[in-house]
Design a protein around this ligand. Structure first.
Ligand SMILES: *Cc1c(COP(=O)(O)O)cnc(C)c1O
Length: 405
């Protein structure tokens, strides 16, 4: 397998982009789906923003500085515009701000404003918790849950919003965005897609699917850094029509008019609430630029090739794959069910193979195509085989749960 892996690496047209990341020696990082790696350019970018824009420019950096740089005020739109082509959106339909959770609250509110008279939000049991919690936190909303194979039957004319995560965080299963969006529109419902495990890893065509609203995560496949701002999408046809509940001053038509009355800005700018976190935004911008440079087509092809190669490498092991076998129907990850998944993940981490565990019994391995090599895949598979064969995972130290798994 190692020989094959070397050949695949030699033929990989985007292999050199690995050098754009800082990866620790002796680590095989299979958790880029939870926290992306550090782009070398982000370290430089942050130093520049800290020293030149904050240190020297001070408050002047909110506007463009003479000689370039600054223009912090435009960062949410600028970064959103760079994310847009990665998800099949137009530049002015995406804005970078807040966390996914906060953007969900805003967009659930936006959906209700577009669909007055309806109050049901339909989702699936086992969706990412924050998606469900944010539905449950809306006092006027009735939550309805349906299993994914009965989702379309559960749609009726009481549904204001269908809120789904495109790629399931635990299993990697992917919804057919176009089909579900159409089914929702057929009953007059708005659709909100959570792209947290999709953006930067799988093909997404929001406008091609006629999607209404979307959110996505900045710190996973976009490598925006821990707690990076998220992004929000609203289709152009809804601009001007929707309102959202977090009516802060940055979403005002003229924040620096300091008027007493809220008046929403045009388009997605009204999704802003407060002052953007400039340092975090700069790191996200740098991560997004790198993903855009590598290109989604190449990333998608490599993601599929990496995960298929891993499957080949572990074909002889007694493992229960819960992700779809067809790489076009899953995210950039493989999830395996195992009674001792937590201890297995810990034993792998002790060997330098960092994946993760998702309650109650899932070992989740992510394949970030921007920086993983096929030799990493072959090595990771070899470690997994050894951990299983030797029973090494049974050691006591591997069963104590940390706060973050
Ligand atoms: C990672 C993730 C989030 C993260 O939400 P935050 O509010 O940014 O912490 C939300 N939804 C899904 C599906 C995720 O995978």
């Amino acid at each position: 397998m190692m020989q094959r892996a070397r050949e695949l690496d030699a033929a990989d047209a985007i292999a050199h982009f690995r050098d754009c990341f800082d990866l620790p020696e002796g680590v095989i990082y299979l958790d880029g789906n939870s926290l992306g790696a550090l782009p070398k350019a982000s370290r430089e970018r942050l130093h520049r923003v800290i020293d030149a824009e904050w240190g020297e420019g001070l408050i002047r950096s909110w506007n463009e500085l003479p000689g370039g740089g600054g223009d912090w005020i435009a960062m949410p739109q600028r970064v959103g515009a760079k994310i847009a082509p990665l998800i099949g959106a137009q530049a002015h339909e995406v804005i970078a701000c807040d966390s996914v959770s906060v953007n969900l609250a805003k967009l659930i509110g936006a959906a209700l404003s577009l669909n007055p008279g309806r109050n049901v939000v339909l989702s699936e049991p086992g969706n990412f918790p924050t998606d469900l919690y944010m539905i449950q936190g809306q006092p006027q909303v009735e939550q309805r849950l349906a299993e994914r194979d009965t989702m379309i039957e559960a749609l009726d004319d009481s549904v204001a919003l269908l809120l789904l995560t495109h790629v399931h965080y635990k299993t990697g299963e992917m919804f057919d965005m176009e089909r579900l969006t159409k089914a929702a529109h057929d009953v007059g419902a708005i659709v909100l897609w959570d792209l947290s495990h999709s953006g930067g890893a799988v093909p997404v065509d929001l406008n091609g699917a006629d999607a209404d609203l979307a959110v996505g995560c900045g710190y996973k496949y976009l490598n925006g850094g821990p707690g990076a701002p998220a992004y929000a999408f609203a289709a152009e046809r809804h601009h001007g029509d929707f309102t959202q509940p977090l009516t802060g001053w940055f979403g005002h038509a003229q924040p620096f008019a300091f008027s007493d009355e809220y008046e929403p800005a045009e388009g997605v700018k009204r999704l802003l609430a407060g002052t953007p976190p400039v340092l975090a935004m700069a790191a996200l911008e740098s991560g997004v630029e790198l993903i855009a440079e590598i290109g989604m087509d190449a990333l998608v092809a490599k993601s599929r090739a990496l995960s298929e190669f891993f499957r080949e490498c572990v074909a002889d092991l007694d493992l229960d794959l819960v992700s779809p076998r067809n790489p076009a129907q899953r995210g950039s990850q493989l999830s395996f069910r195992h009674e001792n998944a937590y201890a297995l993940s810990q034993a792998l981490i002790a060997r330098g193979v960092i994946g993760d565990f998702r309650d109650p019994d899932i070992l989740r391995l992510g394949f970030a195509p921007a920086y993983l090599r096929f030799v990493d895949i072959a090595e990771a598979a070899r470690h997994l085989a050894q951990v299983l064969e030797t029973g090494e995972w049974q050691r006591d130290e591997f069963s104590t749960r940390a706060a973050v798994t």
